[in-house]
Write a protein that binds this ligand. Structure first.
Ligand code: OGA
Ligand code: NI
Length: 346
């Protein structure tokens, strides 16, 4: 069999001294590094989860509520996921992306409904300018339905990633309970709204880029799911839109970055927003980030929580299935806006 030619960014740009023309963004759509706020004093809130299941619950829920309202983004420490579990998943992701192209390409696919696939950019069929990224995407819940499809090279991949997925799912469910309570809803309201629940993860690989001012790792977008728990390595590159300005989120080892997705905006009837964020690249170092996209199952019906709908706050969205939403999100390609507009009531 002829070897499959790699269409991955990493292979295409390896050794490049300039950004190949197809990756160059039009001038009005570039990172503009000099306008990005770098100061850690103005970064997204850092919430200490120590005592979340006991004495500090009320206080922490208040902090979560404020962070969700003001930023749609926060970081958490003392979250209960062991450092070794985090280190192992980062290490195995790096090993995967360092495998020979022929080995990585075995799982390449552009079909968004494949439950395991390696791809590049975002949706290569829908976008004008590709992004400087490769990604391995895995469905992770229920684990036993998917683990046998995952890569078995590197040899510890399944074990390391499975352990990570179980622990992150536990944290996601706890955080969703906190967010539910911060909205004045029953602790399990959001969990129940997600049907059978879904958990997908990506391992993002951003190769070093000779001219990072000309392109994006990922352009501005809102996540389509309910909540994302992002792990980033020590390189940095995530930026969050706050009051019209891009804030750089400096890496803090072993913390998770939590952001609300479009489903949370719909469920909360716009009390909380799904915030635009993006990833930039740099000329020195490759970067890995590992987002866990916690989501409804495709058949779950999403609508504003009745408790958050009244005369002053009419329902902002019609009911829709997550499957319908996700199809629209994917077909649109990443755009500088959420896809929620299509589901508005007015
Ligand atoms: C994503 C994302 C940001 C990052 O994968 O949806 O926003 O820093 N990633 O890689
Ligand atoms: Ni994102």
């Amino acid at each position: 069999m002829a070897a499959l030619k790699s269409s991955l960014t990493a292979d295409l740009v390896s050794g490049a001294t300039h950004v190949p023309s197809q990756f160059i963004r039009p001038e009005h759509d570039r990172p503009n590094f000099d306008q990005v706020i770098q100061s850690s004093d103005h970064s997204i809130p850092l919430i200490d989860l120590h005592g979340f299941d006991g004495s500090r619950r009320t206080e922490i829920i208040k902090q979560i509520g404020l962070a969700c309202q003001d930023y749609g983004f926060f970081q958490v420490k003392n979250h209960g996921v062991k450092e070794a579990v985090i280190d192992n998943v980062m290490a195995v992701a790096k090993e995967f992306f360092h495998l020979p192209a022929s080995e990585r390409m075995k799982v390449y696919s552009e079909d968004p409904y494949k439950t395991v696939r390696l791809s590049t950019s975002f949706n290569v069929k829908a976008e004008d300018v590709p992004s400087w990224r490769d990604y391995l995407r895995l469905h992770c819940h229920p684990l036993e339905d998917y683990i046998h499809e995952w890569p078995s090279n590197p040899p510890s991949f399944r074990e390391d990633v499975a352990e990570y997925c179980k622990k992150v799912r536990g944290l996601a469910v706890r955080l969703l309970e906190g967010v539910s309570e911060s909205l004045g809803l029953d602790r399990d309201y959001i969990s129940k709204a997600l049907g059978k629940h879904g958990q997908h993860m990506a391992m993002n690989y951003y190769p070093p880029c000779p001219e990072p001012e000309l392109t994006y790792g990922l352009p501005g977008h809102a996540d389509p799911n309910v909540v994302t728990l992002l792990l980033q390595d020590d390189v940095g590159g995530l930026q969050v839109l706050k009051d019209g300005k891009w804030l750089a989120v400096k890496p803090i080892p072993h913390t998770f970055i939590v952001n609300l997705g479009d489903q949370m905006q719909a469920l909360s009837n716009d009390r909380y927003k799904s915030i635009l964020h993006r990833a930039v690249v740099n000329s020195d170092k490759e970067r890995i980030s590992i987002p866990t996209f916690y989501c409804p199952s495709y058949d779950a019906v999403i609508e504003p929580a009745p408790k958050l709908v009244d005369d002053d706050h009419p329902a902002q969205y019609r009911s829709f299935s997550y499957g319908e939403f996700y199809g629209n999100f994917w077909d649109k390609g990443l755009k500088n806006e959420t896809c929620l507009g299509m589901f508005k009531t007015n």
